[in-house]
Design a protein around this ligand. Structure first.
Ligand code: ADP
Ligand code: MG
Length: 921
């Protein structure tokens, strides 16, 4: 210590960047560096934003990283152990922007502030270093600022805990929190379900134990997340989890919160402990953890999500996704809720009906719908404003937002009261909107000015005559300003310079300014006795005077006092908000529900959607179904979308085994570009929309709850993970064949495309058999292997369908109509012609095809018969001419019957006729 005291250390905030320490000092650590290194060591893995005056400075490796990521200049500041210290800095005022970019780039930042006035440090002796402390760790999963968040998506922090079981029975506990909206959810799943669960939650940051992070099986899955933070075991200590949760929620026992499994509680405690750490003592209020029971949402794995382009297209954009097509919400909170619902469709038909009822009410009453939507336009993002205020990062506009929210609640209530018979979801919304205290809004109306600054330190947000003491301080400040104005007039007289001005900036404070031509005059006697030169700019010269300095101090004092009073008022109003936070949060959530319900109703009306019938059957009957995204795209080009029916309902309920008849498999053939993929996807999307409780793009839809949705496309490229495309295709197909249940809906698009013809055909063949016999699920299978159509003869629940095309003067015309039957050929050459292949190439291809077809006939059939002993495959010619199977005939006959129009005798005859059609065996 004595040695260090002997080293001259200038007051650090003004120490020049290139202060050259003596050779002796070079080997020493300055007190400031000592402090820096200590704080840095306490926050490993984070970039340290070290506050110095108006800048956050970064040193050493941090500076190198930040300068590279942010594109800012890397300088140096003094030496550490004889070596230059690399440094870069960001101005505090613009630090949010820089933070945003660092977080985006995957970094985490510790923000270290000066916790005392530099004057106080000097008072302790001029070698003292200003006290500093880390006030917050900024990580991707713990953000609250609007500038750092995407308004339309949740920002989840996810804690993942694992409990070891005997081989293959490990369980995973998950807890995810959005501190910007206070949402807190826990659940449990098996390790095999983790991928699907992660893609559903879509966290911005996950926290795990070091052990899990390094796990051979789960580690790679975790590392695909945008950010993963490995933590020490104590975060995930199950013995202390309950105590830590109680502590966070300031309750004595967890009983009042929610029933959680031990594993869920472990994850939940890790999440709140991490939030506690990152917010350094401030605890954003959270909703009590709500538990998501297993099986209450439709399971959708990551490949299916990507494939169906639910929230992003395959190329990664929001535009063109299902979410983009259906999102007519007005508020950010509504948009977030819709995205949440889309990520987790329900499996409980009663809960689905509740949502559908609300939409139906707004479909029926367009006047109320439009009025409510107008009100929503004025409703701010209350939950995020609330979160910011609760961690002390709120501003005057957040208070105003809550005021406007409460006022909007009154408007919405008046509008909703006009609904004849509000269904339960809307009734609950109304109840929540009544909760926030109106007195709070009135108080805020009285307190807040019309024009509000972004940050509270700018002051001026409290209305005149709200608080007498504040008015007094402001009057004093303003009176002094009048004195300044008088002084300006007097100085102008004194100097004879008409254009003399008294101005103010943050560096000089108040100063006298004259144009350069008058500068010399003020610097010469006698005026230089009064005017002290401060600064010469290109066009102006600036001066100060003793008198101005005195006035300045007075103004600053009155200003400080006014600002101090305003900040006190701000704290008081914030405290009122926090006391009412439960009610405000409930109202905020109610607005989001209202937004989603009215938005989906508007979509239903605008795009002609109908209410689906969702029940516990295994039915799946769509009439006039459309693809929501393709339809919109075609509409923009003035093209119609051709609606198509799809019926995968069980053919007949089977007796015995106590199970319902399994659903159908449709095999769809047809040329490229005919519309096979579109048809497959539209049916999956209709099921999904129905289960999020939305109307659907169809003329009629009846859907038995789907527990899992699977969608695969043959030979999808997945170069990023370094697997061959065919390998990916097979891995994904294996998942389906292993997991799909009778209740699942499976969409397979050109599976088997990624390998040689016979290989691919065989795999597709066996996969269909397995789906039919073992999975027994409802399925759609598009293929270019015409040979597969032969399967319908053997598999009673498999049917052939084809997308119609017409040949017109040698060209192929796509009609996009899905009909029973199979495609007669692939029209590959016609499609190639459409695509603009040169005429000679087309002509040559035609002649090659003719030869190949002539040769191929006998061989293909023989080869298949050898390869696939299970089924003798008829020749291609026979396939094309194949008469409808008995089952198909039976169905056609049944479909043609209209019981209501039959006399008893006719009915009896029909029954005999049906019986006669039965297979003879
Ligand atoms: P396939 O999978 O058979 O090659 P796609 O499903 O990819 O064909 O469809 C090709 C294009 O045809 C789509 O991009 C779309 O523009 C159009 N299309 C598909 N289905 C329809 C339909 N039902 N109505 C109108 N256009 C359609
Ligand atoms: Mg296709």
């Amino acid at each position: 210590m004595t040695i260090q005291q002997s080293i001259p250390v200038p007051p650090e905030a003004v120490q020049p960047a290139d202060a050259a320490p003596s050779a002796e000092a070079a080997a020493r650590v300055t007190p400031m560096m000592e402090q820096y290194l200590e704080i840095k060591a306490a926050n490993p893995g984070l970039l340290l934003f070290y506050r110095m005056g108006d800048f956050y400075e970064l040193f050493f490796e941090d500076a190198e990283i930040a300068s590279k990521t942010l594109g800012i200049v890397l300088t140096k500041r003094g030496k550490h152990q004889g070596v230059d210290i690399p440094m870069c800095g960001v101005p505090v005022e613009r630090s949010e922007d820089y933070l945003h970019r660092l977080i985006e780039a995957g970094h985490r930042v510790a923000v270290c502030e000066q916790t005392e006035d530099p004057a106080a440090a000097r008072a302790r002796g001029n070698k003292s270093v200003v006290r500093r402390d880390v006030v917050r760790l900024v990580t991707p999963g713990t953000l609250t600022e609007d500038t750092l968040l995407d308004a339309r998506t949740n920002n989840y922090l996810l804690a993942i805990a694992r409990a070891r079981g005997s081989a293959g029975t490990d369980r995973i506990g998950l807890a995810w929190i959005d501190i910007s909206t206070a949402e807190f959810i826990v659940t449990e799943c098996a390790t095999g379900e983790l991928a699907a669960t992660l893609s559903r939650i879509n966290p911005n940051e996950a926290i795990v134990t070091d052990a899990l992070y390094g796990d051979l099986e789960l580690g790679p899955l975790l590392r695909e997340l945008p950010a993963v933070t490995p933590l020490t075991r104590d975060f995930f200590d199950s013995a202390t989890s309950e105590r830590r949760l109680c502590d966070y929620f300031a309750v004595a026992t967890m009983d009042g919160l929610s029933a959680m499994s031990r594993l869920e509680a472990t994850a939940a405690a890790a999440a709140v402990t991490y939030i506690d750490r990152t917010q350094v003592g401030k605890r954003p209020p959270l909703s009590p953890p709500s538990r998501e029971a297993a099986g209450t949402t439709m399971a959708i794995d990551p490949a299916t999500r990507a494939n169906l382009e639910l929230t992003r297209t395959l190329s990664g954009e929001r535009r063109g996704s299902l979410l983009d097509a259906i999102d007519c919400t007005i508020t950010p909170a509504g948009s977030r809720l819709l995205a949440q619902r889309l990520a987790a469709p329900l499996t409980d038909s009663a809960a689905i009906a509740r949502r559908l009822d609300a939409i139906a009410a707004f479909v029926a009453d367009s006047a109320v719908r439009d009025d409510v939507r107008t009100t929503l336009r004025a409703a701010p993002d209350m939950s995020r404003a609330l979160a910011r205020l609760s961690v002390g990062r709120g501003g005057p506009r957040d208070l105003a937002g809550l005021r406007d929210g409460i006022l909007a609640a009154d408007a919405a209530l008046a509008q909703l009261a006009r609904l004849e018979n509000p269904p339960p979801e809307i009734a609950a919304v109304m109840e929540a909107l009544r909760r926030p205290s109106r007195e709070l809004a009135r108080e805020f109306e009285r307190a807040l000015s019309e024009q509000l600054p972004l940050i509270k330190r700018d002051g001026g947000f409290v209305r005149e005559s709200y608080e007498p003491a504040l008015d007094e301080a402001r009057n004093l400040r303003d009176a002094s300003r009048l004195v300044v104005a008088a002084m300006q007039a007097r100085y102008a007289d004194l100097t004879g310079v008409k254009g003399l001005k008294i101005r103010h900036n943050n560096v000089l404070g108040y100063f006298v300014e004259v144009t350069a031509q008058h500068g010399d005059k003020l610097m010469a006697p006698p005026l230089n006795a009064t005017f002290i030169h401060r600064q010469t700019l290109a066009g102006q010269t600036r001066f100060t005077t003793a008198e101005l300095g005195e006035i300045e101090a007075k103004i600053a004092n009155a200003g400080d006092r006014a600002l101090g009073l305003e900040l006190e008022i701000f704290e008081r109003l914030s405290a009122m908000v926090l006391a009412a936070s439960d009610d405000l949060r409930a109202a905020a959530h109610a607005f989001a529900i209202l937004d989603v319900a009215t938005a989906l109703a508007k979509l239903a009306v605008d795009d002609n959607y109908v209410r689906p019938e969702v029940d516990g059957s295994l039915g799946f009957a769509i009439e006039g179904g459309r693809h929501p995204v393709v339809e919109q795209a075609l509409k923009r080009d003035g093209q119609p979308f051709i609606a198509n029916a799809c019926d995968l309902s069980p053919v007949s309920p089977q007796a015995g085994e106590g199970r319902m008849g399994a659903g159908q498999i449709w095999l769809i053939t047809g040329p490229n570009m005919a519309g096979k993929s579109t048809f497959l996807r539209q049916n999956a999307l209709i099921a999904l929309l129905a289960q999020i409780g939305s109307f659907v793009p169809a003329a009629r839809a009846r859907i038995g709850i789907v527990d899992r949705l699977f969608s695969r496309v043959g030979a999808a490229d997945d170069l990023a993970r370094g697997r061959s495309t065919f390998m990916v295709e097979m891995v994904e197909t294996a998942v389906i064949l292993n997991q799909a249940s009778e209740r699942s809906l499976v969409i397979l698009d050109e599976i088997g495309r990624g390998t040689a013809t016979f290989d691919g055909l065989s795999i597709a063949w066996a996969a269909i058999e397995h789906l039919h016999e073992a999975n027994r699920c409802r399925a759609l299978f598009a293929t270019h292997y015409h040979e597969l159509t032969a399967l319908s003869a053997k598999l009673p629940r498999m049917f052939n369908a084809t997308v119609r095309v017409k040949e017109w003067q040698g060209d192929v015309v796509f009609l996009h109509e899905v009909l029973p039957g199979s495609a007669d050929r692939s029209y590959g050459i016609q499609v190639a012609k459409l695509a603009g292949l040169p005429a000679p190439v087309i002509a040559r291809a035609k002649s090659v095809l003719a030869k190949l077809e002539a040769q191929d006939r006998g061989q293909t059939a023989r080869a298949l018969a050898d390869d696939l002993p299970l089924f003798a495959v008829p020749s291609r010619a026979a396939t094309e001419a194949a008469p409808p199977s008995e089952a198909e005939q039976l169905i056609e006959a049944l479909k043609a019957l209209h019981p209501d129009e039959l006399s008893p005798r006719e009915a009896l005859e029909a029954l005999y006729a049906l019986k006669a059609k039965l297979p003879k065996s």
